[in-house]
Write a protein that binds this ligand. Structure first.
Ligand SMILES: Nc1ncnc2c1ncn2[C@@H]1O[C@H](COP(=O)(O)OP(=O)(O)OP(=O)(O)O)[C@@H](O)[C@H]1O
Length: 242
């Protein structure tokens, strides 16, 4: 069963096809690593499926729904939430406001597990130590990344896209966020992790897909994908592949 599926999708910026006739499926109930060299189209994939940039061709499906060309708020209501590579929380708002507003107005029909049933629960679940009335301007990068995850969870998603959710974190904070992602997954949410650190992909994900030049290069278990000569060549250049 698949939660998220794109078929024949293209996103072009002028003459550059950042996503090029891409077909791939994200298995339901798994943590999938979305990897690929710089510029391979990972963030554009996220932007496309989450409604920021519509594909010029092809279809995007979320579960049974065809969400091709839907706006971001419609994609969120359908059950797809995301975080950003660079946290996007308004600095003047508090933690409670950033989590509480989507929590209150979420149009997703899904329910969150009991340990996430209030704004305070959700902040606690995500390991946010500062009080709910703390302004975002005063948060560390680690807390901003946790807050992004909490805000996305507040939308009650069936699929959560994490765009480099551990970038810039210390080893200790990274380990804690990895544990948080595992707990979110255990709560029944399908997760897609965009990540450059292969150790994280290998330890966290059950499935991996590799993009290169906007196309699907490889997919399978992390173990298989990370040994794929085509993947090694894409990352390291000719001569390192087969
Ligand atoms: N808004 C844009 N306008 C023009 N070109 C863009 C835009 N967004 C992305 N691109 C180009 O599309 C290609 C794919 O970019 P994208 O950011 O999706 O790759 P990525 O795999 O996420 O890269 P990274 O790992 O460096 O974050 C790159 O060549 C990039 O320069």
């Amino acid at each position: 069963m698949t939660d998220l599926c794109v078929s024949g999708c293209t996103v072009a910026f002028g003459g550059l096809k950042a996503i090029n006739d891409l077909t791939l499926t994200i298995p339901s109930g798994a943590i999938t690593g979305l990897i690929g060299p710089n510029g391979s189209g990972k963030s554009t994939f996220c932007n496309m499926v989450s409604g920021q940039i519509p594909p010029s061709g092809g279809r995007v499906r979320l579960g049974e729904k065809d969400i091709t060309g839907w706006r971001s708020d419609q994609a969120v209501a359908a059950g797809l939430a995301r975080t950003y590579q660079v946290p996007r929380v308004p600095k003047e708002l508090t933690i409670g406001e950033v989590i509480g507003v989507p929590f209150r107005y979420a149009r997703s029909s899904r329910e969150l597990p009991r340990q996430m049933s209030t704004t305070a629960d959700l902040a606690r679940f995500c390991g946010l130590a500062p009080a709910l009335d703390t302004a975002c301007a005063d948060l560390s990068i680690s807390d901003l990344r946790r807050l992004e995850i909490a805000r996305a969870l507040a939308c009650k998603p069936r699929v959560l896209l994490l765009d480099e959710a551990m970038a810039g974190l210390s080893l200790e904070d990274t380990a804690q966020v990895i544990e948080l992602v595992r707990e979110v997954h255990a709560a029944g949410i399908t997760i897609v992790v965009i990540e450059h650190v292969m150790r994280i992909i290998a330890t966290l994900c059950q499935h991996a897909v590799v993009l290169n030049n906007g196309r699907l290069l490889s997919q399978g278990t992390p173990e298989v994908v990370l040994r794929d000569p085509a993947v090694r060549e894409a990352y390291l250049g000719k001569g390192f592949g087969p």
